[in-house]
Design a protein around this ligand. Structure first.
Ligand code: BT5
Length: 321
């Protein structure tokens, strides 16, 4: 209802309470209540007794009705759960997968203005102050669990594309889940899943992008390695627009992945790679392997050429400094 009300309001033009009531199929008192709700959300709306209501400005928030306005996806973001604050959008998304029958479907989005306990991989913290984009997408792919790495890599490509389209900034992908600008981290991806031997029950893809944030807002020990889009571009970035473009890119690449055409995504991934061609050290959780990153294979694994020239295939790990 709120989404419809905002759709029928006009900027720089009055719409009468009567017309709104007719379009929405509710009473004029109910219209007035809707307007109060919008004002509480941060919309500026003026009202004139004989003219009706006029939308003066929209809040800078990632509200579902704002994201869905002009969103051209088929299913990603068609259902959005919005929170001013959450512990973690990934945790909430996982809870939603328990109630799939109640309507949480493919491409459902959980989004928060800030997270109090944002999660990185392996129990690491993800700092999520106001001004960023912290969201999770729920998927139910009919793919084998071995696709999980490919989903992370395709998400990274979608993020790089969206940043480029929205801000013209070129960013790079550090395998497997970091997006960098000028060697500093601007975005992280956390892909979680529940699977059985050969089927995935659900996947939650969590994406955190530092948008209109100063890196000084982060704890001191990570300030040096973090950056935001605002800092990189020198101006505020329209978060709603970036979310919309990202969701569109995400759906596009996910469709390609579902058609089992990962190789075309990989080609793009390699174009944006920060990792290939570098001498690196990778912590696999079991050991640390040193070598030159020579390739990513069709499963999304990193291929390292070790000092003894032997090749190591690493499906998951963290590149050390
Ligand atoms: C990641 O983990 O990079 C995955 C981050 C995923 C965050 C999103 S936000 C929406 C969704 N809901 C969640 O709760 N999480 C997801 P990892 O590769 O483990 O990197 C974590 C490390 O990045 C930390 O140990 C810090 O060093 C650094 N870090 C933490 N917050 C950061 C930030 N905002 N920007 C850049 N680096 C950060």
């Amino acid at each position: 209802m709120i989404g419809d009300t905002i759709k029928y309001l006009r900027e720089k033009e009055y719409v009468s309470g009567e017309v709104l009531a007719q379009k929405l199929g509710i009473s004029r008192v109910a219209v007035w209540k809707q307007i109060q709700k919008l004002k509480d959300m941060g919309y500026k709306i003026t009202s004139e007794q004989n003219l009706g209501y006029c939308l003066v400005s929209r809040p800078d928030l990632l509200l579902p009705q704002e994201i869905q306005r002009g969103l051209s996806t088929n299913y990603v973001g068609k259902e959005i759960y919005y929170f001013p604050e959450l512990k973690s959008t990934n945790i909430m998304a996982k809870e939603k997968t328990l109630h799939r029958a109640e309507g949480t479907d493919q491409g459902t989005l959980i989004i928060a203005e800030r997270q109090s306990a944002g999660k990185g991989r392996l129990g690491r913290e993800w700092f999520s102050p106001a001004g960023g984009i912290w969201l999770s997408i729920i998927l139910y792919p009919q793919l084998s669990p071995s696709y999980i790495s490919r989903i992370t890599l395709m998400t990274a490509v979608a993020v790089v594309k969206a940043i480029k389209v929205c801000t013209r900034i070129e960013s790079q992908i550090k395998w497997p889940n970091d997006i960098l600008i000028s060697e500093k981290k601007v975005c992280g991806i956390l892909t979680e899943m529940s699977a059985e031997l050969d089927i995935i029950n659900w996947v939650v893809v969590g994406i955190g992008i530092n948008v209109n944030i100063g890196h000084r807002e982060f704890p001191e020990n990570i300030q040096e390695n973090t950056i935001s889009l605002k800092e990189a571009s020198g101006k505020e970035v329209l978060r709603v627009k970036l979310v919309q473009i990202f969701l569109q890119e995400f759906e596009k690449y996910y469709e390609i992945l579902k058609r089992r055409e990962f190789s075309s995504i990989l080609k793009e991934w390699k174009l944006y790679s920060h990792t290939l061609g570098r001498k690196i050290r990778v912590d696999t959780g079991e050991k640390i392997i040193t070598g030159e990153a020579v390739d990513i294979n069709e499963e999304g694994a990193l291929i390292l050429k070790k000092e003894d020239s032997e090749l190591a295939e690493i499906i998951s790990g963290t590149i050390l400094k």
